[in-house]
Design a protein around this ligand. Structure first.
Ligand SMILES: [Zn+2]
Length: 492
């Protein structure tokens, strides 16, 4: 029996797939939201009898190997490794494994570097780092679990160590761990920093973040994107949180690495963080595999942050239920968790919906008793309401707004009609929104043509008087004005 067959015999596709997504039993099969394309109704099916998966939306189908290759974005060899480990099948020996290509080499470098950084905690400065972490309430167990380490403040001790282990400067640079100065000198990328290794969904180290320690400099730096590490395709802590997220059916999204570590330490093991406060399309799609409920735990002034707002809009468009945990002003989630666990627990239970949060903050910004205040609150809040895809939800928020600012629902609905949403959705969504509008196909095409002509007026020459007759009177008028304005002679 080949390794391939042995793994297939030992693993059940339902177990493999459900370690990545929430499966729902329907008859003798299982279904889920497809992880490979964006959808709102599940068309992704798993058949335990045939041991295959198939998506009727995007057509992706195959066995466990195909599934792992697709979902982990890896080649066959890498999928074989992941599944062999799951199946408890003996992996090829170290020597054979070395030929597995560049990715495997980079994984090795990252693993060795992690061990190197961990060991440096035993040094003199390393001990101070431990003191510091303990002072931040991160205990020994967490330091080990999250494999925190110390990058010594030397020129290139990591590079020297990795060279000794048989890796070239070129490979170390590709792993994001060193760089060449103009004068040709090679420096470790992380020097004098506390190291937070970043893991993929299988808990393999793919990259690093370094926090400044006893020195000047940016608080955190991340290694540049590599073959293994892409900032927008990482969710810190998800490898350790995915099980709990699925069980509790919600995900706590926090701002920083230490927030996540402390949350897990204190029993909130469904916490993750994304770099910065923006959520990428990939991150949302990945989270959707585990839950559709997001609980944001950012600090107080995040609502003003455009990137965050955009991410929230995107999450809502993706049918996530988004809630916000309100924290005392000026406090980090980390402070609250380590000072008073019960208080944090209570805050998660009292999380308010994102719409409620918006309404609260708009009402606090303007005086709802003045005409001007009512108008501003309504305009801002209705802009958010208009983005909600669900009509019942829309109605709910308009009723609430109507009560809060004492304006009739009818007037609010009329005002909402007038609001034009910014063009803030990407690709496919944009098409969907246009198609959902009540414009005719002709109107849409005319509008598009006008947009193009306004951008590139020289193309007006393509529309001569004869073709003018194809357009609606309104568009015709605009086109004629445009030609006049540009003193354009169509005969030339
Ligand atoms: Zn699909």
């Amino acid at each position: 029996m080949t390794l391939f067959e042995e793994i297939k015999n030992r693993l059940d596709i339902v177990d493999v797939v459900s370690s990545y997504l929430r499966l729902q039993k329907v008859g003798s099969n299982y279904r889920a939201l497809c992880p490979f394309h964006s959808e709102k109704k599940p068309s992704f099916f798993v058949s335990p009898r045939l041991q295959i998966f198939k998506c009727f939306g995007c057509g992706k189908a195959g066995d466990i190997f195909k599934f792992v290759m697709e979902i982990e974005k890896v080649d066959f060899k890498e999928a074989l490794k992941i599944l062999a480990e799951k199946a408890g099948v003996q992996l090829p020996t170290e020597k054979e494994e070395e030929d597995f290509g560049e990715r495997a080499r980079l994984f090795k470098i990252c693993e060795l570097a992690t061990k190197f950084f961990e060991r440096q905690l035993e040094s003199k400065t390393g001990k101070k780092v431990i003191e510091y972490l303990l002072g931040r309430k991160i205990n020994f167990e967490s330091i080990q679990k999250w494999r925190l380490g110390w990058a010594p403040d030397t020129k290139n001790s990591l590079v020297e160590f990795l060279k000794m282990k048989g890796f070239s400067i070129d490979e170390i640079e590709k792993a994001g761990l060193c760089f060449k100065k103009e004068n040709g000198e090679i420096l470790d990328f992380f020097r004098g920093r506390i190291i937070f290794p970043i893991f993929d969904l299988n808990s393999r180290v793919v990259g690093f973040a370094g926090r400044v320690f006893e020195k000047e400099g940016p608080k955190y730096i991340n290694c540049k994107n590599t073959l293994l590490y892409d900032k927008s395709r990482v969710i810190y802590g998800l490898d350790k949180a995915k099980k709990e997220i699925k069980e509790k059916d919600f995900c706590l999204i926090m701002e920083g690495y230490t927030d996540v570590i402390l949350a897990h330490q204190e029993g909130f093991q469904n916490a993750v963080s994304v770099s910065g406060t923006a959520l990428s399309e990939w991150q949302l799609q990945t989270l959707a595999r585990f839950t559709s409920n997001l609980l944001l735990c950012f600090d107080a002034d995040f609502a003003g942050d455009q990137a965050t707002k955009r991410a929230i809009d995107l999450a809502i468009q993706r049918d996530f239920q988004v809630k916000v945990i309100l924290l005392d002003e000026g406090k980090d989630p980390a402070d609250i968790i380590s000072e008073d666990k019960e208080k944090f627990e209570k805050a998660t239970k009292e999380a308010i919906s994102i719409m409620e949060f918006y309404l609260k903050s708009f009402i606090s910004q303007y005086d709802k008793n003045t005409l001007e205040g009512k108008r501003e609150i309504a305009r801002k809040f209705l802009t958010e309401v208009k983005k909600i895809p669900n009509e019942i939800e829309k109605d709910f928020w308009i009723s609430l707004l109507s009560k809060e600012i004492e304006v009739s629902k009818e007037s609010l609905l009329k005002e909402m009609e007038k609001i034009k949403l910014e063009d803030e959705f990407f690709g496919k969504e944009k098409e969907e929104i246009i198609l959902k509008s009540d414009k005719t196909k002709r109107e849409i095409l005319e509008e598009r043509l006008l947009t193009l002509l306004l951008k590139l007026p020289q193309n007006l020459v393509l529309i001569d008087n004869e073709k003018m007759e194809y357009f609606s009177p309104e568009t015709k008028e605009i086109l004629e004005k445009l030609k006049e304005d540009l003193k354009f002679d169509p005969k030339n």
